[in-house]
Design a protein around this ligand. Structure first.
Ligand code: G4P
Length: 325
């Protein structure tokens, strides 16, 4: 599915982030624990360069603990990188964050060289919730829709540790199709930028493959996990729609409404603790997407290049053609 999500104000956000990075010692990259690879911003990775990074897998309460462990091990094996999982509503994350940041920048600290930390993450990943938790406030919704800018703010994590918040940063194009679907399913993408039914079908296919028993437990379809896994996705959506009363006048199933119900359930964690990708599956999607991107770029270039005549056409046009031995 193609997702259009790069509003104009993102250019200003990018500029502000670039400025702030000049005086940043550690970057906290907030990721969605249900889709760590897909919720990582490639543009941010470019901007961060090789600065020490703390990957925070937020919403761990909604994610599959076994897969969270895989992602943490994967990130912790990378240079200048630490990773932790977090539930942003739970009080008390400041101590862990400070300890991890100090570990990543041991030469900073004290009043002369305070540790300057930047926190970044895509919209809806839970940044305002985490900051409100750090500030000890009741979580206040910063914006109704993902992608709405906010001013930079500074949070004092410890006497010599400052956290700078930046507005959520998107990237121009999601090249991994699987990521587009997962980001939309997670709630990271504005409602008008995708088709609920298509995204719900993609989500169901992922759940059929990895979590069929959770689908049965939630929707009570009376089917064994293997039977759920084998159902065509639209039939599964229809069966769920029937159960959830997603009906059109006349009693036909409303697939759009059924899709909305599935997405709402997933976002609220009502289907269970789910992670939609592993480091291995994400790496495979990324590789395939890069290959497809390179191929379409080569095709575009070939179309733009002037066509060289060949065969008899070439002989006709070029008097010299065919005369050389
Ligand atoms: P943002 O600043 O990064 O854009 O995200 P924000 O904090 O506004 O969080 C987006 C949604 O994710 C909010 O839900 C928030 O409650 C939820 N959330 C944030 N962190 C966690 C977490 O660790 N676990 C779970 N389960 N949810 C989390 P909402 O329904 O949009 O708003 P609200 O009614 O909860 O305030």
């Amino acid at each position: 599915m193609s997702v259009q999500w790069f509003p104009g104000h993102m250019h200003a956000t990018q500029k502000a982030l670039r400025e702030r990075l000049k005086t940043t010692d550690v970057v906290i990259e907030l990721l969605d624990a249900r889709l760590p690879g897909s919720s990582a911003n490639p543009l941010l990775a470019q901007l961060i360069g090789d600065r020490p990074t703390l990957k925070v897998l937020n919403k761990e309460d909604l994610a599959d603990p076994a897969r969270t462990a895989q992602w943490l091990a994967y990130y912790n094996a990378q240079p200048r990188t630490r990773a932790i999982a977090l539930h942003a509503h739970t009080p008390g994350p400041a101590r862990t964050l400070v300890a991890e940041c100090r570990r990543l920048a041991p030469n900073r600290g004290g009043m002369v060289k305070p540790l300057r930390v930047l926190i970044a993450g895509i919209p809806n990943v839970g940044k305002s919730t985490l900051i409100n938790t750090l500030l000890g406030k009741r979580a206040a919704k910063a914006a109704d829709e993902p992608g709405v800018t906010r001013q930079e703010q500074r949070v004092v994590l410890a006497d010599d540790v400052y956290l700078y918040d930046t507005p959520g940063l998107l990237w121009p194009k999601i090249i991994v199709p699987e990521s587009g679907d997962r980001l939309a399913a997670s709630g990271a993408v504005g409602r008008n930028a995708f088709d609920e039914e298509a995204v719900a079908l993609a989500l169901l296919r992922a759940l059929q493959a990895d979590y069929p028993a959770l689908l049965e437990a939630r929707y009570r379809l009376g089917l064994a996990p293997a039977a759920i896994a084998a159902l065509p996705d639209h039939e599964l959506l229809a069966a769920i729609g029937r159960k959830r009363g997603a009906l059109l006048p006349g009693g036909r199933i409303d697939p759009h409404k059924a899709g909305e119900a599935v997405l709402a359930d997933f976002r609220a964690g009502a289907i269970g603790r789910i992670t939609l990708e592993t480091p291995q599956t994400f790496a495979a999607w990324l590789e395939a997407a890069r290959a497809a991107e390179a191929q379409s770029q080569a095709q575009r270039q070939a179309r733009r290049a002037p066509r060289r005549p060949t065969g008899p056409e070439a002989a006709q046009r070029h008097p010299d053609a065919g005369t050389n031995p």
